[in-house]
Design a binder for this molecule. Structure first.
Ligand SMILES: Nc1ncnc2c1ncn2[C@@H]1O[C@H](COP(=O)(O)OP(=O)(O)OP(=O)(O)O)[C@@H](O)[C@H]1O
Length: 402
């Protein structure tokens, strides 16, 4: 069992420093036990954050590849200084991930908090994210081929990482944003869960926390999206969607497909009911897979996305099911929970932008809008959304009384 402290202490305490002393602001005074890198070292490592070293761009800033002074290759994530949300997530990320270690979690080497610089330094992972390689959306093609064995290994690795967060770490951690772009792959295609900026810790003896809803459309458990009550079962729902994506090699929402195939979870349920689940397995495998095992994985995906949270298995049980230690009981599978069944969730907004629903009290069974500003999402409901809806990250606030 792994235990760690989560504290945003207001104590003024000099953080560990690899070189010199830093002027630490209030917002970073709670950072303990994490290596602090001088800005100078990171600037040198990335050739002054040059475009040639830039390897990615996320919601909170640019990511660069660089060689640190000790010779380690790192992914260096520079947060935009203005973003208030970014600073909060920066601190959460550090406090959550700096004290835990697992084969299937990304490793944080340290951070830089000099002046107004907010930079995270991670172990560099050679094979990008699942969203860039296996579950490519919007009609793009990936040049990587994932054979069936590799996919099973990836699913099991993610499940183990999540089981560790949910059940071994104290207090338990809910990731809140399990999705393809937050699963990075190392040189051996071992999956690493990343992006802990939204993570929540569940205090001992509490089954759930009420919180602002945050996550990504397409992966959000309906009860969490609607009521804002967060339990580990919300992560399990997201994992279920991701599992279906890995087996089918497609994104959870793809409006380029014929209408009846656009929504992966609905499609999976339909094929399950017709007893032709195998038709969902990625055609790119050219039939080179274990059909029984693939159908079992899809059924586990359905179990994880059950409407009632209590019907979803725990992550340790999911690991056992994926590794044949527990039998998957078909009789327990009922229709999965679909947000579209609860409400007419309308999305207008910029893909990848953070949304804040300055809450109009949400009334049960009433539809309400999430606004975020993108053209191609205008007026599209979640149930008939676009491919971009699947990667749209939002933060919403709901009336707790519902
Ligand atoms: N540790 C890492 N090793 C290698 N590449 C990385 C690493 N971390 C991030 N990247 C690259 O940088 C990109 C952006 O990552 P980041 O976590 O900032 O955003 P994201 O998860 O893609 O999007 P969002 O912030 O909206 O969730 C990733 O897609 C990946 O290509």
């Amino acid at each position: 069992m792994t235990c760690f402290h989560f504290s945003f202490s207001s104590r003024k305490r000099g953080p560990k420093c690899t070189q010199g002393t830093f002027d630490v602001d209030d917002d970073v005074s709670g950072i303990h036990n994490v290596k602090l890198y001088p800005y100078k070292e990171l600037r040198a490592a990335t050739a002054d954050f040059s475009q040639t070293n830039k390897i990615g761009e996320g919601g909170f800033g640019s990511v660069y590849k660089g060689r640190l002074k000790d010779g380690k290759i790192a992914a260096i994530k520079v947060l935009s200084a203005e973003s208030k949300q970014g600073v909060k997530e920066f601190l959460t990320e550090i406090n959550v991930i700096s004290e835990i270690e697992h084969e299937n979690l990304v490793k944080l080497y340290g951070c830089c908090v000099e002046e107004n610089h907010r930079i995270l330094v991670y172990n560099y992972l050679e094979n990008n994210s699942l969203a860039q390689t296996l579950i490519v959306s919007g009609g793009s093609q990936s040049n990587m081929y994932f054979k069936w064995r590799t996919r099973t290994k990836i699913c099991i690795g993610i499940a183990r990482g999540l089981a560790f967060l949910h059940e071994e770490v104290r207090p338990h951690i809910i990731h809140r944003d399990i999705k393809a772009s937050n699963i990075l792959l190392d040189k051996d295609l071992t999956p690493k869960i990343s992006d802990f900026g939204l993570a929540k810790l569940i205090p001992p003896n509490m089954t759930h926390v009420s919180t602002r809803v945050a996550g990504t459309i397409g992966y959000l458990a309906p009860e969490y999206a609607i009521k804002g009550q967060l339990t580990r079962k919300a992560d399990i729902y997201s994992f279920g969607v991701l599992l279906l994506e890995i087996v089918s090699g497609r994104c959870n929402t793809n409006t380029r497909l014929p209408f009846e195939e656009q929504y992966l979870l609905e499609r999976t349920w339909e094929l399950y009911e017709r007893r032709v689940l195998v038709g969902l397995v990625d055609a790119a495998l050219n039939g080179d897979f274990d059909a029984e095992e693939a159908c079992k994985f899809l059924k586990i995906g359905l179990l994880c996305t059950q409407d009632a949270p209590k019907l979803r298995p725990s992550m340790s049980t999911v690991v056992k099911m994926l590794t044949n230690k527990v039998v998957v009981d078909d009789t327990k599978i009922t229709k999965p929970g679909l947000i579209s069944d609860f409400m007419d969730l309308k999305v207008r907004g910029a893909p990848k932008s953070k949304l804040d629903l300055n809450n109009k009290p949400a009334e049960k069974n009433k539809s309400y809008n999430i606004s975020s500003g993108s053209d191609n999402l205008d007026s599209s409901t979640l149930s008939s959304g676009t491919t971009t809806a699947a990667t749209l990250t939002f933060t919403a606030v709901y009336d707790r009384s519902i």
